[in-house]
Ligand binder design. Sequence first.
Ligand code: COA
Length: 435
Amino acid sequence: MSELKSLLYQKIEEHRPRVANLLQKYGDVKIADVTVSQVLGGMRGIKSLVTDISYLDPNEGIRYRGYTLPEVFEKLPKAKGSEMPYVEGLFFLLLTGEMPTDAQVHEVINDFSNRRILPRYVYEVIDAYPCCSHPMSIFSSAIMTMQRESFFNRKYKTGLNKMDYWDSTYEDALNLIAKLPEIASYIYAKLYRDGKRIQSNPALDFGANFAHMMGKGKPYDDVSRMYFITHADHEGGNVSAHTGHLVASSLSDVYYSTSAMVNGLAGPLHGLANQEVLRWLQDMREKMGGEIPTEAQMKQFVWDTLNSGQVIPGYGHAVLRKTDPRYTIQREFCLKNMPDYELFKYTDLLYKVVPQILLDQGKAKNPWPNVDAQSGIIQWYYGITEFDFYTVLFGVGRSLGVLANIIWDRALGYPLERPKSITTDMLEQLAGVKK
Ligand SMILES: CC(C)(COP(=O)(O)OP(=O)(O)OC[C@H]1O[C@@H](n2cnc3c(N)ncnc32)[C@H](O)[C@@H]1OP(=O)(O)O)[C@@H](O)C(=O)NCCC(=O)NCCS
């Protein structure tokens, strides 16, 4: 058994009694009241999910296993000459809660490398997709196609003990994660590079191998690592993480759950906002004829967008109430590596004007930028200009957190998710509108 798996098993054994104790002795303790506006307002803020993998504080932003993002980037092992840590190290941290050693990270790198080969039929399914399909739809289907490989399903049919669900789910999850860069880069090659596939290099780590298959060298390996790590997890309630957890709660395997998670990510209010930011910026750039807008012109663009009934992509958040640290990490990368880049100047100008405009408009609860406001321009700078593809990158990263969560869901025996719905009549009665 690998060190990652045996450490995980030890952590699971330590954790199970805590959950059992809470359920047996404290099951009736009240956590919170729920208001009418929460029920009608997308369940905002209702504390009804548990995860120990990450926690999102409205003012501080995300912590992975208790570490802030700057700490994660500082403490995780890095390849020689790289600014960004190994993605495999992050997965180790998410799964076990422990900062891995260099040796532990290399064991995961080898493990992923041994699991990375895609079945032939996945390429064929991607090849068979009708033209003009969105890459997220292809990504979701490619994952779905591999459902027949599920180890958990095979085991379940032979009568699997509930305490052992996590083991085959772990194997499925690692098999899937290791293949995602191959799937994503082939979709890219197929849609935008005449199908010219670059074979993976088994000697490279997750980020570097992805960069290689995208036809990029350094520093795009670090861009990929930064991208996958910043997008990996955002606690349990966001649409993609919640969808993955919900579908998995019926004991659907990780292929069904991850494909569903990708479908949730594909909406413009969630992951697709990263492509929308670039679409919006390019539209602005066209109108400006290549010039950098003045502050007054930028304000006008923003107001025009709002006045036409659209949202400002990359701004606002359902939980955060401050600038997203994932935005800040990427901004610092831009300041260091591309300070004079035209599109960076656009995003920096937006950072200057949008929050005050959203405050003046008085609708958005959070006027500050989120992760998507900055990520696309970095891709564009390094030559990945097909912005329809950006949410696939998000999906590769987000899978790390979603799958770590699903393994733990199985380990702790979390049950089928089944909240209760009521009717509008009932709500009116509860509110005292109707007797
Ligand atoms: C992320 C988002 C969906 C959160 O939604 P939410 O929790 O409902 O946000 P709020 O409670 O602040 O919304 C209150 C109002 O402000 C509006 N609002 C929020 N963010 C806005 C933005 N960036 N631009 C314009 N209006 C915005 C909402 O549309 C809503 O308007 P309504 O009352 O007419 O329906 C929202 O901020 C948004 O649409 N942002 C742009 C898309 C984006 O960047 N998504 C990626 C998120 S990581």
